[in-house]
Design a protein around this ligand. Structure first.
Ligand SMILES: C[S@@+](CC[C@H](N)C(=O)[O-])C[C@H]1O[C@@H](n2cnc3c(N)ncnc32)[C@H](O)[C@@H]1O
Length: 216
């Protein structure tokens, strides 16, 4: 998936509204420290939080993502700092965040990068920090297609890689909770989502996982 192209072609590719779990639970985030949005995309979640008075560090590998979010933040005078970076090479100085957003990130990440992410999250969060996660379950309709496709090779449990070095990672029912042993799930939902579309693309559904974790 070339996100630079998607973001250039389609305004609000993931919609204009922030993701539902954030809208429902953002008020639990402590405002005294910033929030880290990893894989900010076109910034729908970062912009929402900044408008609600949170300071946000927004990172993304995509150059176009960062151009869009920094331009909007500047135009609207919002407290968002942007960094074109993968999380793997970001923030080693250990700045603390009261919230970390992983919205749509885990489906794109390799098993090795997930291990890196777990270590970094422990560096970036402290007691009561929240992590907002959305991911795809093995009930996602694309799971079987990926498993059966010659373009994808299995590289870990329910994790696949293609020749462009892209990854697709899915989680079996309840497995997401085991990824975050130092956190309590405040909210956890797994089911088939309602149909939606990106721009004028096909209407489709996902095997969705949504969790709000709080650090113990
Ligand atoms: C599915 S999109 C979700 C965008 C946004 N979070 C939203 O909900 O609208 C995932 C984003 O993660 C970014 N991404 C993928 N791997 C990344 C990594 N290792 N570090 C930082 N960003 C990454 C992609 O460029 C893409 O913009």
């Amino acid at each position: 998936m070339n996100y630079d192209e998607k973001y250039k072609e389609t305004k609000d590719y993931f919609g204009i509204e922030p993701v539902g779990i954030l809208k429902e639970h953002y008020q639990k985030i402590d405002k005294s420290k910033p929030v880290l949005d990893i894989g900010t995309g076109q910034g729908r979640n970062a912009l929402f939080l900044a408008k609600e008075g949170y300071e946000v560090d927004a990172i993304d590998e995509s150059k176009v993502s960062i151009e869009i979010v920094s331009t909007l933040a500047k135009k609207e005078g919002l407290p968002i700092s942007t960094y074109q970076s993968g999380f793997e090479t970001f923030g080693d100085e250990g700045k603390k965040y009261s919230g970390v957003l992983l919205i749509g990130l885990l489906p794109l990440v390799s098993p090795d990068s997930i291990l890196t992410l777990q270590k970094k999250l422990n560096l970036w969060t402290e007691k009561e920090s929240l992590i907002f996660v959305t991911a795809f379950s093995t009930d996602d309709p694309s799971y079987i297609k990926t498993q059966e496709s010659e373009d994808w090779t299995i590289v870990g449990k329910n994790s696949f890689k293609n020749d462009n070095n892209e990854f697709r990672t899915y989680f079996a029912k309840g497995e997401i909770i085991e990824l975050f042993p130092d956190y309590i799930p405040l909210y956890h939902w797994e089911s088939i989502s309602k149909g939606h579309q990106h721009g004028d693309g096909e209407i489709h559904q996902h095997g969705m996982i949504e969790v709000v974790f709080q650090r113990k």
